[in-house]
Design a protein around this ligand. Structure first.
Ligand SMILES: [Zn+2]
Length: 294
């Protein structure tokens, strides 16, 4: 289980969310068999998605993040619910890149730096709220910060980290997001800047055994921060045979008919969790009939 903690400054002007997403990142590695650089990129985006999803208000609200920087990863997609439960995939998770000169995984080399970060919030309205901003660094955290600055005009600091072990499992993963709540308290900015300078990287703090509560409060040092709420979240895919049937129907009558006639068995694989759903030709034909009636 991952753990999200949210803390608020005494005057209510600064919110700091922190998450230990080690289990989520490990699940990404287990399900998608990602190379270390892909684990780091998907893990960082899923960590951001989890924090941002947790800011949604209503139970049915959904958040989708999509990054495409024209790098070898292709699209990286993260979907989150309002509890910060996430699922994700990338077009290509089998990329191996040399480490950067500083010994770190080359996430920006994997993601690419020429493209967009898209944010879609489905808030149950007629149209989902969708926006995209140019990728700044391809390292994900800066791209999230830039999204908040450009699209929401909210001064935000975002830090994300995934530490991959020698055996390719995830040792630690996590992140924090500090956000000014309007009306902006200018004095709080100085405190936050100092706090960020004195905080080590998120994976270092987790390695030292710091809990997300402590990390969230460190972000609010000097501002009398208090923990607002905290809960567990996880990698979670809500796919099912029924949903898969809907996806098949959405292909359209002709395509579904072609599948039913051309092959004895059609297999549909969930991008997010690799679960396979298999339909016989007869089952597809039945689905076609039901689709026509419905
Ligand atoms: Zn699934």
């Amino acid at each position: 289980m991952g753990k999200i903690v949210r803390a608020l400054s005494a005057d209510g002007s600064v919110l700091c969310s922190a998450i230990d997403s080690s289990d989520i990142a490990n699940e990404i590695f287990r399900l998608h068999k990602t190379t270390p650089v892909a684990t780091a990129a998907l893990g960082r985006l899923a960590t951001a998605g989890s924090i941002m999803g947790a800011m949604l208000k209503a139970e049915d609200d959904r958040l989708t993040l999509r990054v495409n920087g024209n790098g070898p990863a292709g699209n990286i997609v993260v979907a989150a619910d309002y509890m910060g439960n996430v699922k994700c995939y990338a077009d290509n998770v089998n990329v191996d890149l040399p480490l950067k000169p500083n010994g770190k995984l080359d996430v920006s080399g994997y993601v690419g730096t020429d493209g967009f970060l898209g944010v879609i919030k489905d808030l149950g309205l007629k149209e989902p709220y969708a926006t995209q901003v140019p990728i700044v660094s391809g390292e994900i955290a800066e791209d999230i910060t830039s999204y908040y600055a450009i699209s929401e005009q909210i001064p935000t600091v975002c830090a994300l980290g995934v530490l991959v072990d020698r055996d390719w499992t995830v040792k630690h993963a996590g992140g924090y997001l500090i956000q000014l709540v309007p009306p902006i308290n200018e004095k709080a900015i100085d405190f936050i800047e100092n706090n960020i300078k004195s905080m080590q990287s998120i994976t270092e703090m987790l390695s030292q055994g710091k809990a997300p509560e402590q990390i969230a409060l460190m972000g609010l040092e000097g501002l009398d921060g208090e923990v607002l709420d905290s809960w567990e979240c996880q990698y979670y895919c809500n796919c099912s045979r029924e949903r898969t049937e809907q996806i098949l129907l959405s292909l359209g009558h002709d395509e579904l008919k072609r599948l039913a006639e051309e092959q004895d068995e059609t297999e549909v694989c969930c991008h997010f969790c690799d679960k396979k759903y298999s339909f016989t030709s007869a089952e597809l034909k039945k689905l076609l009939e039901e689709g026509e009636r419905g």
